[in-house]
Design a protein around this ligand. Structure first.
Ligand code: ADP
Ligand code: ASP
Ligand code: MG
Length: 407
């Protein structure tokens, strides 16, 4: 019997009516003669609500306890979906992460999956039960509840699919698939039929939250067949695939935008060996991921360093940087979250010249100032002021002709 893992995100299980809709979709697949594991997120808005409660008590709440708190969101949904399926006459059983167990490391709030035990789930599947797994959560080697990072239910689904060697992993969400850019920003966005793991990885890491980056990493490493599609209609979705030569034809295949980063500038530090490591080592030790870095050196032997961190880590990063500023005798420290990072992505950029200058000219023509730039073989990112983010996305989408690109 084919084994299918389906994942439904927060909007898809946002209220009881939508949970009933999910139950009907799951039941239909079961009736077709499949074994089904369903992974669900918390109901839309619930994770934010829980995080806000903790932050009302303390700006940087204890990380272990935050995971205990936010994991409850998914626990509610698994039970509600199991109750719904049971009431429709199906055998269904919910699992929290620790009951599988889905084993992770101990990085609270950003834990990595290390192992998915399959015995209990397989035994249930073999006796005809629909297994419903709480996304986003796991358990570490000491028995602590952990969570996998915002959007992490996608990772749970792919990890469970890999662990159970499922035939397919279907990610159901509130859009029809992966588009050339966020379809909620421009109606000109086009659905992509098939996308290479590598391209999807870049899109996810640059702000296309339709799939969480670690889920893509996991799918790529374990070659899990993943399809992204809508929970509200039966349209074909987007398939994650190996690279194919077609994909190299276009220089740019997608535009993304990340509004969830912040910028820190540390001015007047000594321009000498070892300074950068004294700044970035303590941030890394605190599990803060630094993204773009720019250093400007001046004639007086001093340097200014500007770098970006996730907006959610800005308070913690500034606390650490205040210590660093005192230790290094820096002249100034400024944090700013009024930024957005817009990026263009494409496997074809490897072989097309002039893409960067086209991007910069398009932004300049709209009067958008570029604060920071970073490039790789298959992407170019620019940090700009937040209020220009959507204009920049629409402009770049038009400039690179994505409305007409592969779909
Ligand atoms: P879920 O709750 O189902 O996990 P998410 O909100 O995490 O859903 O992801 C779906 C959202 O991703 C869409 O509503 C859309 O606004 C956004 N998105 C951003 N970039 C893209 C893209 N390139 N293609 C499709 N959706 C995108
Ligand atoms: N509920 C979690 C979040 O909102 C995980 C997820 O939805 O994927 O980030
Ligand atoms: Mg998501």
């Amino acid at each position: 019997m084919p084994l299918i893992v389906q994942k439904y995100g927060g909007t898809s299980v946002g209220d009881l009516e939508r949970i009933a809709n999910v139950a009907r979709k799951v039941a239909a697949r079961k009736d077709e003669g499949n074994e089904i594991v369903v992974v669900v997120s918390a109901m839309a808005g619930e994770t934010d609500r829980l995080l806000d409660l903790a932050k009302k008590i303390h700006p940087v709440p204890n990380e272990r306890e935050v995971d205990v708190l936010v994991s409850t969101g998914e626990q509610v949904t698994v039970a509600l979906l199991a109750i719904t399926l049971e009431s429709m006459g199906y055998k269904a059983k919910s699992y929290c992460g620790w009951q599988i167990p889905l084993q992770t490391d101990s990085s609270f709030g950003a834990a990595r999956v290390t192992d998915v035990k399959k015995e209990a789930v397989l035994a249930d599947l073999r006796n005809g039960t629909i297994v419903i797994v709480a996304g986003f959560q796991g358990i570490d080697a000491d028995g602590n509840i952990t969570t996998l990072g915002r959007g992490g239910s996608d990772t749970s689904a792919v990890a469970v699919a890999a662990g159970l060697k499922a035939d397919r992993c279907e990610i159901f969400t509130d859009v029809d698939g992966v588009y050339t850019t966020d379809p909620n920003i421009t109606s000109k966005a086009r659905k992509i039929k098939a996308i290479a793991y590598e391209e999807m990885l870049e899109m996810a890491s640059l702000g296309a939250k339709v799939l969480y980056i670690r889920a893509v990493e996991f799918a790529m490493r374990h070659r899990v067949p993943v399809v992204v599609r809508s929970s509200f209609n039966d349209n074909d979705g987007t398939l994650l695939t190996e690279e194919n030569p077609e994909m190299e034809k276009e220089s740019v295949s997608a535009v993304t935008c990340n509004m969830k980063e912040a910028k820190i500038t540390l001015s007047g530090v000594a321009d000498q060996p070892g300074v950068a490591s004294q700044i970035f080592a303590p941030l890394a030790a605190a599990n803060i991921v630094v993204d773009m870095i720019i250093q400007n050196s001046s004639a007086d032997g001093k340097a200014d360093l500007t770098f970006t961190v996730p907006e959610a880590d800005l308070t913690k990063a500034l606390e650490i940087c205040r210590d660093i500023k005192n230790r290094l005798g820096a002249s100034d420290l400024v944090g700013c979250n009024d930024i957005a990072k817009v990026s263009i992505i494409g496997l074809g950029m490897r072989s097309h010249a002039g893409v960067a200058s086209t991007m910069f000219t398009a932004l300049a023509d709209e009067g958008i100032n570029i604060q920071m730039i970073s490039t790789s073989e298959i992407k170019i990112s620019c940090v700009i002021q937040k209020k220009y983010a959507e204009l920049a996305v629409r402009t770049l989408h038009d400039t690179f002709g994505l409305e007409k690109s592969r779909s």
